[in-house]
Every structure is written in C-alpha cells, then in structure tokens.
Ligand binder design. Structure first.
Ligand SMILES: Nc1ncnc2c1ncn2[C@@H]1O[C@H](COP(=O)(O)OP(=O)(O)OP(=O)(O)O)[C@@H](O)[C@H]1O
Length: 287
C-alpha cells in the first residue's frame, strides 16, 4: 500500500452564505523515499491539502489513508496522537518556543509524549548534529539565524521518527541562498530513510531543482506532471493522481520544570490535543 492514498478529496468552507471549495476532487498516491514539492497559484488549495494529509483538517468528503491509517476514522484524540507520532511538521515561521534552548525545542514532541527531558536529550542532540547545528544546541531561538531556526524545526520534526514530514512554505521566510540550503537538507532527510516522504508546499522558484516530484494544485485539483530527475537522482515511475487566512491561537506547550511558561505558539496544532472547531459550523476538526 502506498504511504499516502487520497481519493476525491473535497474541502468546502462556508463563510456565511458563501461557499469556497478549497479542494475539489483531489486524488493523490505517494510512496516514501522521495521529496515532493506542491506548487500552484495562491488560493489553489495547497495548504488545505497539506493540512488534511497531516490530520490538521478533515475533508468534507473523500477518503485518505496515511501510513496505513484511515484518517476518516480518527476522533480528536486519535488525530492528535496521529499528528504527534506519524507526522513531522515544518512551518514558514519555524514555531519554536522562544524560552527553550534549541535542543529543548527539538525534544519538545517527546516531552509531550510523557518522556523526560533527560531521556529525550541524546536523540535531540543527535538530530541537532544531523542538521549541522551541533555547536548551537544551547542557543535560544533569538540567538539563531532564520536558516538555523528552520534547521532546528526540521530536527524537531524528526524526533518521533515519522515516515512523513509536511512542510508548509519552509523557505518562505528565508533569503534564496539560505532557502536553497534548507531545500537541500529536506531532500537529504527524505532520502535518509527508504520509506520517508517529505511533502512541501512552496512558492520557491528553485524547488524543482531539489525535488523528486512536483505536483501542481490548481482550482482545488491536482495536476501531476510526474517526477523530475533532481539532485542527481533517477526519476521514479509516475503515479496517478492550501495556510488558511488565519489560524486559531493554540495553547502553548506544558511547563518544563525550572523554566518560565512558554507563550502560546501560533500554529502549534501538531503538538496539542483536540483542535478548536471554527469557521465551518463545527463540522470539521480544524480550519
Ligand atoms: N479556514 C478557512 N475558511 C474559509 N476559507 C478558507 C479557509 N482556509 C482556506 N480557505 C480558502 O480556501 C482556498 C484555498 O486556500 P489555501 O490556503 O489552501 O490555498 P494555497 O494554495 O495554500 O494558497 P497560498 O499559496 O496563497 O498559501 C482559498 O480560497 C482560501 O481563501
């Protein structure tokens, strides 16, 4: 079975009398071991697709299976557990906790999984080294550059060893050289493990240079030209086949002994429990 199987996804938002079809019959099959870019015009439905794949949102209709889990069957707790264990998230604005050091940010998903700071540290430090920041483990986010912060976020996305990393505009806040370095790192991370899939929504012009496959979303539908040969890799056999305007403010992570409480982290949905239902009459888990 493919790592991701989405069939006929429709996601409709209701804004008063108006209905917006962010996804309009999107189907997609994706295997691991590749770095996939999702491109398309603004408002096409890219982030909506990414959010549904990560169980941050639920489709109005259609089916989706990710890493063997039928997302349509998940209640809020199961969706929260799915996000914590099966998916790593990387965001445009990094979403690091400012009061924690770099390695503590990397360890955070393990802490939310009831692991102690001490037991999480070796793996967090190993991942800091993997992303080239072994000499920055004790720095706070404010003491890091944008590119370094995104590397920390990439390390954090890997700490639970998920097969799927979902990145929403990971280079959108970086200059082009730093962005290219981050794209190269994401490609490496995708190829580190045979089963790992990195799926990235992007507007970066050079994304295709680093990607194994580029998927175009337009008007809520997926137009998939197949695979590109990138970074010296052989193209793989082709297979058939959007951030909402505003996100709810999510409570911050649990306090760490001896640390001041962190402020709420916008966009930190992936680490938290049930997602507030907003904007669609309560039908959906998130917007
Ligand atoms: N929570 C929401 N409530 C109402 N409409 C929404 C919501 N989220 C997204 N939409 C609408 O759905 C459509 C697709 O949005 P989406 O964010 O998926 O696009 P996108 O392709 O990621 O765009 P961009 O490249 O500008 O980030 C847009 O018309 C958007 O206004």
């Amino acid at each position: 079975m493919a790592l991701v199987e989405a069939r006929d996804l429709v996601r409709e938002y209701r804004m008063g009398e108006e209905r917006v079809r962010a996804l309009d019959g999107a189907s997609l099959t994706l295997d691991g071991g590749q770095f996939v870019s999702v491109i398309g015009p603004s408002g096409a439905g890219k982030s909506t697709l990414l959010h549904i794949l990560g169980a941050l949102d639920t489709p109005t209709s259609g089916t989706i299976t990710v890493d063997g889990v039928d997302l349509g069957t998940l209640d809020d707790d199961a969706a929260s557990s799915f996000r914590r264990h099966r998916v790593g998230f990387i965001f445009q604005f990094f979403n690091l906790v400012p009061t924690l050091s770099a390695w503590e940010n990397v360890a955070l998903p393990m802490l939310l999984d009831s692991k102690s700071l001490g037991s999480a540290k070796p793996r967090a430090v190993e991942l800091m080294e993997r992303v080239g920041l072994g000499n920055r483990i004790d720095h706070r986010p404010s003491e890091l550059s944008g590119g370094q912060m995104q590397r920390v976020a990439i390390a954090r996305s890997l700490i639970m060893d998920p097969k799927i990393l979902l990145a929403d505009e990971p280079t959108g806040n970086l200059d082009s050289k730093t962005g290219a370095d981050v794209l190269a790192l994401l490609a490496e991370v995708a190829h580190d493990e045979p089963d790992r899939l990195v799926l990235m929504v992007t507007h970066a012009d050079d994304a295709a240079d680093f990607s194994d496959r580029v998927i175009t979303v337009r008007d809520g539908k997926i137009h998939d030209p197949g695979n590109v040969a990138a970074a010296g890799r052989e193209p793989q056999a082709p297979t058939a086949g959007q951030a909402p305007p505003s996100r709810p403010e999510i409570p911050g992570p649990p306090p760490i002994p001896g640390r001041p409480s962190a402020r709420p982290v916008p966009g930190a949905l992936w680490m938290t429990g049930p997602i507030p239902r907003v904007g669609d009459g309560g039908r959906h888990r998130a917007q």
